[in-house]
Design a protein around this ligand. Sequence first.
Ligand code: HEC
Length: 491
Amino acid sequence: MPRRFCACVLCAVAAAVATLLMFAGPPSASAQPAKPVSFITDVAPILKENCLACHDSKKKSGKYDMTTFERILAGGSNGEPIVPGKPKDSDFHDLMVTDAQRRMPPRDKGEAVPKDKAAVIARWIAEGAKLDPGLDPKADLVKELRVRWQPPAPPKAYPFPAVVNALAFTPDGKQLVAGGHHELTVWEADTGKLVKRVRTRAERAYGLVFLPDGKLAVAGGRPGQEGDVRVYDLSASGKTEDGVTVLDGVNDKKVLVAHLFDVDDSVLCLAVSPDGKTLAAGGCDRAVRVFDLSGGVAKAKLVQTVENHADWVLGCALTDDGKYLVTAGRDKTAKVWDLKARESVVTFPEHQNIVYGVAVKADGSAGFSVGADKNIRTWKPGGEGKQVKSAGGHADEVFKVVSHPKQPMLATSSADKTVRLWNAADLTPGKSLAGLTDFVFAVAFSPDGDLVAGGAYDGSVSVWKVSDGSVVKSWNASPGFVAKEPEPKKK
Ligand code: HEC
């Protein structure tokens, strides 16, 4: 198995960090700012990067919680670690630069804080260890940093391929929406022509679902930094650049029509009941948030936060009646949660490896799951969650499983670079759809069920006819990206 893909999202995280480094330029906390050091702009990012993993409100190593300015000054079991004006007498700084065995971060636990960053901390203490005017000393730093963060504009022409983590056909089935880098891109499904680009705050989109009113709900995030669910109106008007409509989903309220929530790490999966009344989204914080959308997205109400997995929630699905939530976990289980009774009803453990994706029969009579064990399994979502059948066919890990909108058919996507169709009734394998050139992270059926699309790690996208498996069109969903010609083979 290619080790390049360790645990789906983990790898995506590494790739995202790499792309972030390519694009973010120098970090906002410049080494030696000419102005007085700002706590929130210069100091807080250094603490977040180097200290908060152990000194957050959960771990509080040394009984020291560094999540707010007030708590940073108060210190831990040894009392106040900062003497304003005197960096040399401040443990807070001394522990970063000391040659002694006791250092922060502890020597066996991580690299020393880079010298230029430690110097920023020293200057901040020398200047009086002040808080920025207007900032509440009790404000949560991570949240403050998130609120202040401004997303970069997506690259006009991609110098690297955009990882396609999510795909969705538009309700008329004519266009395909793909997650790009800080944007969504919209393509003609039969020609692969780029028609629209929608700038987003999220670096990546992991889940795309059209609501019955035609608005697009998007789950996404910036790995390790933030995650969110936002709703966009792709029919809003915008500028035209080189024949492509460009919408601003960051600032234009006609484009970004709702913002359901945000959290400290990526939101990885999204499901909406067919009546559009129930929306569920889960991710790295192990929780699935369930919203009641009966009053419209603008009045979305958080009705439940389901914490049923011991690790990241990688996939989710809802039954048509919105009663059952089925989830896939990095904790190697698929689970069923009864949303009315608010209790866990089934844990399906048979994959014995990461479960990446789930689907459920509309009436709730069968659950389907796929994972790192390369298998697709079907099981009873009621009773004891008994396995009905397990089927192989993919040559590598399977990431997603989606239900056909009309027939008893499923489509799966895999690290073996294929999309595969299955008979949902008995899991007999149907056509294997080839043509993609990397791990296939995204798969979607068109609303009429005539087409199926797959999207891959290297930005490649293919659209096939469900009836005969023929390719309608393949292209790279990274605007302006020019793939390098393969090196000519030497004799
Ligand atoms: C990998 C975990 C880890 C990281 C990262 C870490 N610390 Fe610590 N820290 C600890 C532990 C464990 C203790 C308690 C043991 C000790 O005091 O040596 C501690 C204690 C401290 C104390 C003493 C608290 C008291 O009152 O006893 C200070 C001050 C401190 N850390 C500052 C920092 C700073 C500043 C950073 C970031 C540059 C940092 N730490 C990063 C684990 C960590």
